[in-house]
Ligand binder design. Structure first.
Ligand code: ADP
Ligand code: MG
Length: 348
C-alpha cells in the first residue's frame, strides 16, 4: 500500500487519527482530527494538540518500547469530551524509523448513556426502598407494641395499604415507560376521539377533584376531535396532566381543559389538535421547567410523595407525545399557575 492510499484510508475513519514521529512531531492528521482539534498542527509537537498529562504518558510508554497502550481520558478543551485514546507503534517489524499512530474515539455519548442508566437504577432502587422500609417497620410494630391495640392496628394497616399501593403505582409507571420506549419508532394507528377520552378521565378523577376542592371545566371548540392515535396512551397523557393540575393547583381553584384545532404548530405539518390544561396553582420556576420531563424529577419531592406521585408522569407524557410526533409545551408563572399544552397531528 502506498502512503497516499494509507492517508485516504485514515481519512475515511470516524475517529481522529494522528501519526507522530519519535519526537512527537505531527506528520499526519486526518479530517476528523482537523474537525475536532483544528488545522495546522503538521510539524508541531503533539502536546500542542492535546495538553493532557495522561495522554502524554501513554505516548511516552509507546516511545519507550510498548507496542500499544489504550486509555480513556477526559479533555476540557476545545470542548469537554471523553476520548478513548489508542497509541500504537506502527513501525514494528518494518525496520523503518519509529512512528506512532494516535487514534482518539469520542465516547462522550456512550459515557453519558451509561451514567443515565446507572442513575436510573439508583433512583428506582431508592424509590422502591422507602415504601419497603416503611412496610417492614409497620409489620414490626404490629407484631410488637401495637399487638393488642385495635385502633393502632387499623391505623397501621391503613398506612401499609398506602405504601403497598405506592409501590404498585411505581411499578406500573415503570412498565408504561418501558412499553412506550420500546414502541417509540412505531407510529400509532387507531382512531381516537380526544373529547371522549377527556370526558372519561373527568369521571375517573371526579372524586379526587372534589376532595382537592377543585372544579374542572372542559371546553371543546373542535367540530371533530378524532385523531390517529393510541387510546390507552392518550388516556395516560391527559390523565397525568389533569391529575397534576388537580394535585399541584391552589386550594379551591379552577382547572380548564381546552380542545381546539391549531394551524402552524412548529414541527407539525397540517392541522394539529391542541389540548391545553390550565391550572391556578403555585406555578413552576423557570429553572425547573426544562427538567420536569426527566424521570423522577420533582420540584417538591415531599409534596409529590404526599400526593401519591411517582415522579414519572411527565416522563411518560413526553415519550407518548414524541411517539405521536407531537409537541408538549409548558408555560408557567410562579404563584399564578401553569399551562401544559399538547399538540398532536390529526393524521399521520
Ligand atoms: N400543574 C403543575 N403545577 C405545578 N407543578 C407541577 C405541575 N405538574 C407537574 N408539576 C411538578 O412536576 C413534577 C413532576 O411531575 P410528574 O412527572 O407528573 O411527577 P409526580 O406528579 O408523580 O410528582 C411534580 O412533582 C411537580 O413538582
Ligand atoms: Mg404526575
Amino acid at each position: 500500500m502506498t502512503e497516499k492510499t494509507l492517508y485516504i484510508a485514515l481519512n475515511a475513519l470516524q475517529e481522529a487519527v494522528f501519526i507522530l514521529d519519535a519526537n512527537r512531531t505531527v506528520l499526519f492528521e486526518n479530517h476528523v482530527a482537523e474537525e475536532l482539534f483544528g488545522k495546522g498542527f503538521l510539524g508541531s509537537d503533539f502536546v500542542q494538540v492535546i495538553r493532557h498529562p495522561e495522554c502524554m504518558k501513554i505516548i511516552e510508554q509507546v516511545l519507550g518500547g510498548e507496542n500499544a497502550v489504550e486509555k480513556s481520558i477526559t479533555i476540557e478543551f476545545p470542548v469537554k469530551a471523553v476520548f478513548n485514546v489508542l497509541v500504537s507503534n506502527i513501525s514494528v517489524d518494518t525496520g523503518q524509523e519509529l512512528k506512532l499512530l494516535v487514534s482518539l474515539e469520542d465516547i462522550s455519548d456512550l459515557r453519558e448513556a451509561e451514567q443515565m442508566r446507572s442513575d436510573f437504577v439508583a433512583n428506582v432502587s431508592h424509590e422502591l426502598r422507602s415504601p419497603l422500609t416503611a412496610l417492614a417497620g409497620f409489620t414490626e410494630t404490629l407484631r410488637g407494641p401495637a399487638k393488642d391495640d385495635e385502633a393502632a392496628r387499623e391505623r397501621f394497616l391503613g398506612l401499609m395499604e398506602r405504601e403497598a399501593s405506592r409501590m404498585t403505582r411505581l411499578i406500573s409507571d415503570l412498565l408504561s415507560l418501558s412499553k412506550v420506549e420500546a414502541n417509540l419508532r412505531i407510529r400509532p394507528s387507531g382512531q381516537v376521539d380526544i373529547a371522549v377520552v377527556i370526558h372519561r378521565i373527568e369521571v375517573t378523577l371526579d372524586a379526587q377533584v372534589k376532595k382537592e376542592k377543585k372544579t374542572l371545566e372542559i371546553n371543546i371548540a373542535s367540530q371533530n376531535s378524532v385523531i390517529t392515535s393510541n387510546e390507552d396512551e392518550l388516556t395516560q397523557v391527559f390523565q397525568n396532566l389533569i391529575e397534576n393540575a388537580v394535585k399541584y393547583g391552589a386550594q379551591v381553584s379552577k382547572i380548564t381543559v381546552d380542545i381546539f384545532e391549531q394551524e402552524n404548530v412548529v414541527g407539525i405539518p397540517g392541522t394539529a389538535m391542541a389540548v391545553k390544561i390550565c391550572d391556578q396553582g403555585n406555578g413552576i420556576a423557570k429553572e425547573h421547567i426544562t427538567r420536569l420531563t426527566e424521570r423522577f424529577y420533582r420540584v417538591d419531592t415531599h409534596r409529590s410523595r404526599d400526593k401519591g406521585g411517582t415522579g414519572l408522569g411527565l416522563a411518560i407524557v413526553k415519550h407518548i407525545v414524541n411517539r405521536h410526533r407531537g409537541r408538549l409545551q409548558i408555560d408557567s408563572e410562579v404563584s399564578i399557575g401553569s399551562t401544559f399544552s399538547v399538540y398532536l397531528p390529526i393524521k399521520h
